[in-house]
Write a protein that binds this ligand. Structure first.
Ligand code: UDP
Ligand code: MG
Length: 324
């Protein structure tokens, strides 16, 4: 496939930033230089996700000194998924690249990504070859999450792919058109499909500061992803209920048999207590799982926007409609 062999697309790079002031002043100029080497028409959208440090000021200053930089300030911390959504909706380029603001995504990969796009891929996503930057426990849990969420699903979410990717305009348009507010991006990328190609990379160490996704953050994101992309937990509950019901039938028959055939009248106190505790435990667990789904439904029906922009500065690329 060489359908885009000669194309020089305009490029938008979206960079969500939460408390990354110290990284931005280095990462933004470096990224701009890397982008400029690929196309004469580029923009870099820094989305300040309600940072508590100087990220917003630094981003705004960068947008004043570099005409390609757009600074988009969200009204509070909405989370990375919402920040990415905000950036993708603001992006005007023919291709959109998503990158972290902490310098972990190697710029050296960008030419390869664009080359792969030129060869016909609509999505080029970077797959990490190691998880050395995470603890063994976290890497293990992440693996388990992907096994669970992909279990019995038609749409497979690739296990080691993150948000670092290049997407064609039509993919971004598809993502922007998805109406849900609880946005688990890794699932949405997989859901929209399109012709996708993976390339391997090794994440660099964080330039400054530390990750926002420790065990707790990752767990809550995993829960969102699980509920949004899999009904397997609900099905498991049904299965568990069935198993228990059959077990209870069998046990009942056994007790009756013991009484009539062997003449043993069973003293039932311990059995009742244990049975009751087990069953109420399982019932509470089931209600909890249901509540996770109901809670997300509640979030969705309120139809609040996924993010709010409090300030925008910088020019970036001209709007798409006007360019025809
Ligand atoms: N981020 C964000 N909002 C948040 C948390 C993180 O915009 O609430 C950004 C963060 O600034 C960084 C990217 O998302 O650019 C990835 O975050 P981080 O480096 O903490 O995650 P990791 O690389 O460890 O997965
Ligand atoms: Mg990082």
């Amino acid at each position: 496939m060489t359908i885009r062999a000669d194309a020089t697309p305009s490029i938008s790079c979206v960079m969500p930033a939460f408390n990354e002031a110290r990284n931005l002043s280095r990462v933004v100029p470096e990224t701009l230089a890397a982008l400029a080497a690929l196309s004469p028409r580029v923009e870099l959208i820094v989305v300040d996700d309600g940072s508590r440090d100087d990220t917003a000021q630094v981003a705004r200053a960068l947008s004043q000194s570099h005409p390609q930089v757009v600074s988009l300030q969200l009204s509070r911390n909405f989370g990375k998924e919402a920040a990415l959504t905000a950036g993708m909706e603001a992006a005007q380029g023919d291709v959109v690249i998503l990158m972290d603001a902490d310098g972990q995504h190697p710029l050296a990969l960008l030419p390869d990504m664009l080359r792969t796009w030129r060869q016909g891929a609509d999505v080029v996503y970077a797959v990490r070859s190691t998880r050395d930057d995470q603890s063994r426990l976290q890497a293990g849990l992440t693996g388990l999450f992907y096994k669970l969420v992909n279990w019995g699903n038609r749409v497979e979410i690739p296990a080691h792919a993150g948000d670092f990717r290049l997407m064609d305009r039509k993919v971004v348009a598809a993502l922007n058109a998805l109406p849900e507010r609880n946005r688990f991006m890794k699932g949405l990328y997989a859901w929209v499909g399109f012709n996708s190609t993976a390339i391997d990379y090794e994440p660099l160490p964080r330039a400054d500061g530390q990750t926002h996704y420790g065990l707790r953050g990752s767990f809550s994101l995993a829960l969102t992803g699980m509920v949004a992309f899999s009904t397997a937990p609900l099905r498991l509950l049904t299965l568990l209920g069935l198993l228990l019901a059959f077990g209870a039938l069998g046990y009942g028959a056994w007790v009756v048999g013991e009484y009539f055939i062997a003449g043993i009248s069973v003293p039932g106190y311990a059995t009742i207590v244990a049975g009751m505790m087990l069953l109420s435990g399982i019932q509470l667990l089931s209600i909890g799982v249901l509540a996770e789904y109901v809670g997300r439904i509640y979030e969705e029906v309120k139809r609040r926007p996924a993010y709010l922009v409090s300030q925008r500065s910088g020019l970036g690329l001209p709007p798409r409609a006007r360019r025809g």
